[in-house]
Design a protein around this ligand. Structure first.
Ligand code: ZN
Length: 439
């Protein structure tokens, strides 16, 4: 139920709504009531309507929907810069997996807190995460106030760090599901790692577990041509067809990367009403290939945008990701009109909402959740403003973010984190550095 009177009125030079007609309101205002948006309009009109409501005037700024990071592993901030410039399999098997084998729940939580701070600081208000010791990510996310879909990931290589066998893993997922069932901002997903690190039986059982626990389902899929070759050799099918055979292509499923997908794969994903996520920078850095993101959208697959983990990106900054994603499609197709700014902004907002299966975020409209950010347009790189969407996608760096709000609660404003002691966090990270030393 939305209250009739707002708690606060946020005003700025621009309000970028991302509504169905992509309205941009000059001298606009956003009225927030509780955790939702009450109304949007011209500042003069809303100030006249609510003269006594607390006003936060952001002046030369743009208010816009919070960005949605639709695929990441936030705790991997611990491994940012630890291993770079390698191919995916070498990177994973020689550097990342051995280092992750030494993780502790405390380290996972510290890594998560760091990425959450980075996301708040650069305008991300919601994300889809999969990792190990994910209960620590639940706690960190609850504490810092973001919105998320979270999943304890697994492979077939039992004993894993968190579970001695498959049944113990399933019990863990059931336990998290119960513990966090009624959380207003966090939803659970069952997230096996990828086809090449699991078995058909494990994937079928993970799918059943998602149904049993009322969770979403997510997985890395078709990330590299190598994965396709391996899947054909082992199962006689391309990765998407293999998932279709296992009954994994369902409306609550989100598949990450989708680099090596042909026309038939795209049609199968669309027929299954699945969502996908494009990870431009990670795919470029690991030289995995280029996701045909526009072709997937044309086929009818809702696509979000994600950074992937900080070890393969190396940022959790969706403003930077949008810029990279647009340029990647242009150079890959040698078409300057490919992936225009508005399409890319759609990926990071409305597409992200589809990938998180959260239709109540992604645009600023009455009744939607009050998840929004503001960018300060007085930065030299943000002037002059010919087209505000162009400015956000091509010119912004993340440093311009001056406000991040989730569920009507301010998480960051004017240089200050409202939900975390960042100085203390910084100290903790210095102590944790010893963990990554090779000795
Ligand atoms: Zn990933």
């Amino acid at each position: 139920m939305i209250a009739a009177t707002p708690d606060a009125l946020y005003t700025a030079d621009y309000v970028l709504t991302q509504n169905a007609s992509r309205d941009v309101i000059c001298q606009g205002a956003l009225a927030v009531a509780g955790d939702s948006i009450l109304c949007i309009g011209h500042t003069d009109m809303l100030v006249a309507l609510y003269p006594d409501v607390r006003r936060v005037d952001l002046g030369r700024a743009v208010i816009m929907p919070g960005l949605i990071n639709a695929h990441t592993h936030i705790s991997m901030s611990l491994l940012r810069g630890f291993s770079d410039d390698k191919a995916l399999r070498d990177w994973l098997e020689k550097d990342i997996f051995p280092q992750e084998a030494k993780l502790t729940p405390e380290l996972v939580e510290l890594g998560a807190l760091f990425s959450l701070a980075e996301m708040i600081r650069t305008g991300t208000t919601a994300f889809y995460d999969m990792y190990m010791f994910e209960d620590r990510v639940y706690h960190a996310t609850d504490q810092l106030g973001l919105r998320a879909v979270l999943g304890e990931s697994t492979t077939k290589f039992f004993p894993t760090l968190v579970a001695p066998n498959k049944d113990a893993y399933f019990d863990l997922v059931r336990r998290y599901g119960k513990e966090w069932a009624d959380h207003p901002r966090i939803r659970q997903a069952v997230v096996p790692h990828a086809p090449y690190t699991t078995t058909s039986e494990l994937l079928r059982e993970c799918r059943d577990l998602a149904d049993e626990t009322g969770s979403l389902f997510g997985m890395h899929l078709a990330e590299t041509p190598w994965e396709t070759e391996q899947c054909i050799a082992e199962h006689g099918l391309r990765p998407v067809a293999y998932c279709a055979k296992l009954g994994l292509l369902r409306p609550d499923a989100t598949f990450f990367h989708l680099v090596d997908v042909n026309e038939q794969d795209r049609r199968m994903l669309a027929d299954g009403h699945c969502a996908g996520v494009h990870n431009a920078a990670s795919n470029m850095k690991l030289a995995s290939g280029v996701c045909p993101v526009s072709a997937l959208r044309r086929a009818g697959v809702p696509m979000g945008l994600g950074t992937d983990g900080p070890a393969s990106n190396n940022a959790q900054n969706m403003l930077r990701e949008m810029y990279v994603a647009s340029l990647l499609q242009k150079i890959h197709t040698l078409t300057p009109t490919a992936a225009p700014a508005q399409e890319i902004l759609d990926l990071a907002t409305l597409g992200g909402a589809a990938a998180l299966h959260a239709p109540y975020i992604g645009s600023l409209e009455p009744g939607m959740k009050a998840d929004f950010i503001a960018l300060d347009l007085s930065f030299p790189n943000m002037q002059p403003v010919h087209h505000i969407v162009s400015q956000v996608v091509y010119a912004a760096t993340g440093a311009e973010v001056c406000l991040s709000v989730v569920d009507g609660r301010e998480l960051y404003r004017d240089g200050k984190f409202r939900t975390c002691d960042y100085s203390a966090l910084l100290e903790e990270m210095q102590k944790a550095l010893a963990w990554t030393r090779h000795s």
